[in-house]
Design a protein around this ligand. Structure first.
Ligand code: CA2
Length: 147
């Protein structure tokens, strides 16, 4: 079985340690545990990077390896055409995930390049919402396998 890839962008390694009123108190290690629990028997690759280049390299790795991608691109959501281009090369389902509701925030957080490729977008469910992101990704993968 091909793995699910959960990719996290810049600053998310600080999750649970800063701005708890926006991002909560759950750490990234706890988010990984949530994702693994929700994925059940499915293999799962969980990564975080602060580098745009490294994030694109991870998407390239996923192109060759992954059944689907759940990605929280953090600030690269709003800036990176290179990330969008890389995601467009991936043939499986892509779920874009944000802990906070980006649409409730300042206008600079409203235009996501990644949404132009994502099959689904989840925002505002908090860190526990990664579990729903994993469920949605598995459903999208299974739906494609039925056709
Ligand atoms: O809500 C999300 O998940 C975001 O993708 C998080 C990004 C932010 O740029 C997006 O607009 C929404 C990154 C937030 C900064 O990272 C922090 C991590 C831990 C604590 C404070 C900030």
């Amino acid at each position: 079985m091909k793995p699910l890839y959960v990719l996290n962008g810049p600053n998310l390694n600080r999750l649970g340690k800063r701005e708890p009123h926006i991002y909560g108190t759950t750490t990234l290690a706890e988010v990984e545990a949530i994702c693994r629990r929700q994925a059940g028997d499915r293999p799962l690759v969980f990564r975080q990077t602060n580098s745009e280049e490294a994030l694109i390299d991870l998407v390239h790795e996923a192109i060759d390896e992954a059944a689907g991608i759940l990605i929280n691109p953090a600030a690269f959501t709003f800036t990176s055409l290179a990330l969008l281009d890389a995601l467009k090369m991936f043939e499986g389902p892509v779920v874009e995930f944000h802990i906070s509701n980006i649409h409730k925030r300042e206008p600079i957080y409203h235009r996501s390049y990644v949404s132009m490729r994502a099959d689904a977008v989840l925002a505002g469910l908090g860190s526990q919402g990664y579990a729903m992101g994993i469920t949605a990704l598995i459903e999208l993968i299974e739906k494609r396998q039925q056709v």
